[in-house]
Design a protein around this ligand. Structure first.
Ligand code: ADP
Ligand code: ASP
Ligand code: MG
Length: 457
């Protein structure tokens, strides 16, 4: 049987009509002869509300919490009544998750703080609730759905709020849990984003992590395809919130997709591609609002396309740190000490450029910025610039056509480019510039590089 993982994001399950569409999409896949495994995000906006609740619990704003809890409860029960009016078990199941949520929040108020592990119990409620509702909606429409607790499938470390899945344990647990359900001709439904430590504590994989859950599960069961159903027609040639006429890229290589995700194309969580690559499973990005589109197909093979580039991606809120050696030379060991400062403060570096005596790096998580700078000042002069942005052009052809990088830089003449980098993979050219220039630079670059339409496939 051809197992297909189908992941539906928050906007694809935002309300009753959206959930009905999901049921139809899964039904169609099953009728076509596949064995679907369904992974769902929290109902649109719910994770944001839960994180706000967790914040409220930290500062013990009791009335606000009670009000927010009530509105979350009402919303889930209302959608449940709409899509699964006669599923007897659903109310109790939802109430169980809501009670767990309430307990975590009350404990936080009583003790004057929310432990990180409890913060994840709060964040995880969204996916537990939505997966129950979607499972019930499937059952209501006569599909053989079986709700599965995703925490039994995804085993993680203890880095609460952005836990890392343990690959072997997760592969084993997911296969052991899901394969028997598939073999029995049933459809497992589970929440994305959530997992559990070996010791049994609930964890979450970081914002947007449901894509990653889908890929982990797909890899564990050796799925034929991993489908990411969202609210756009596929991976677009640029962020559609900046470039209104961005077009769908019909085919991407795994490496191109991974780089686009890493450099900010939100439609895919940056870790999604790795589990797919490990078992060479094609990933497809599809629009749940327009299920007949062909979307974007992501495979190992380099795509054949008329355009020289795949797409643009961008990230805002970047901090640039310039580090200049005080001894006026890049002495042996200098770079090691620079990177140790970032490692000690558990902060990932995105872009790096060097010149004779200085190194510039970017980080997108500036929470430990002050500690990093203090460490660096022991060996170097340091300047920090905030409100910067990264703009990246990705395409396999950059590896073989060196003139293409020059075309990218040339097209941006007149913009204040702060850093320019092309790493060893040479599949991207990355530019750092002030955030205020990002939108005009992306629009301009898109016009210059993507004017030729891609032929329909
Ligand atoms: P979901 O809730 O389905 O996971 P997300 O909001 O996480 O959806 O991702 C989809 C959004 O990603 C789109 O609505 C779009 O605004 C944004 N996005 C940013 N860059 C791109 C891109 N290059 N292609 C498609 N979408 C993109
Ligand atoms: N619900 C989670 C979030 O909003 C995970 C996801 O949607 O992928 O970040
Ligand atoms: Mg997402």
């Amino acid at each position: 049987m051809r197992a297909v993982v189908m992941k539906f994001g928050g906007s694809s399950v935002i309300d009753g009509p959206a959930i009905d569409r999901v049921v139809s999409i899964v039904d169609r896949e099953r009728t076509a002869g596949s064995a679907p495994v369904v992974v769902v995000s929290a109902l649109g906006g719910v994770t944001d509300s839960l994180l706000a609740l967790a914040d409220g619990a930290r500062t013990a704003r009791k009335p606000l919490i009670a009000e927010a809890l009530k509105s979350l409860t009402d919303r889930h029960f209302a959608e449940a009544a709409r899509v699964a009016p006669s599923t007897a078990w659903l109310k109790d199941a939802l109430q169980g998750h809501l009670d767990e949520l309430r307990t975590a929040l009350s404990a936080a108020i009583d003790t004057g703080g929310l432990a990180p592990s409890q913060a994840d119990v709060v964040a995880a409620a969204g996916e537990l609730l939505s997966s129950r509702i979607v499972a019930a909606a499937m059952e209501q429409r006569g599909l053989p759905a079986v709700w599965v607790d995703a925490r039994d499938a995804i085993v993680t470390d203890e880095t609460y709020t952005r836990a890392t899945p343990l690959p072997e344990e997760t592969a084993q647990a997911s296969a052991a849990l899901l394969q028997p359900v598939i073999d029995a001709g049933k459809i497992p439904i589970l929440g994305g984003f959530i997992g559990r430590t070996v010791d049994g504590h609930t964890t979450t994989l970081g914002r947007g992590g449901s894509d990653y859950s889908a890929a982990l599960v797909g890899s564990a069961i050796g799925a034929a395809e991993i489908q990411i159903w969202t609210d756009v027609d596929g991976m677009l040639t640029a962020d559609p919130r900046i470039v209104a006429d961005a077009e769908v890229v019909s085919h991407l290589s795994f490496v191109e997709a991974a780089e686009l995700a890493y450099f900010g194309a939100k439609v895919l969580h940056p870790s999604t591609i790795f589990p797919a690559v490990s078992r060479n499973i094609p990933v497809r990005i599809l629009n749940s609002h327009r299920p007949d589109g062909s979307g974007t197909l992501i495979t190992a093979e380099p795509p054949v396309r008329s355009r020289p580039f795949a797409a643009l991606a961008c990230k805002r809120g970047i901090t640039v740190i310039d580090i200049t050696s005080t001894r006026m030379l890049m002495a042996h060991g200098f770079l090691r000490r620079v990177f140790e400062a970032f490692e000690r403060n558990a902060t990932a570096v995105d872009v790096v450029t060097t010149s004779e005596v200085s190194v510039s790096v970017t980080i997108d998580d500036n929470r430990r910025g002050a500690d990093i700078v203090a460490d660096l000042l022991e060996i170097a002069d340091v300047t920090v610039e905030e409100q910067m942005a990264i703009l990246t052009v990705v395409g396999e052809r950059l590896t073989t056509h060196s003139a293409l990088a020059a075309r990218v830089i040339g097209a941006l003449t007149g913009f204040p480019l702060r850093m320019i980098s092309q790493a060893a993979s040479r599949r991207n050219v990355t530019i750092v510039l002030p955030e205020a220039y990002l939108a005009p630079a992306m629009m301009h670059l898109h016009r210059e590089l993507f004017a030729v339409a891609e032929p329909a496939r």
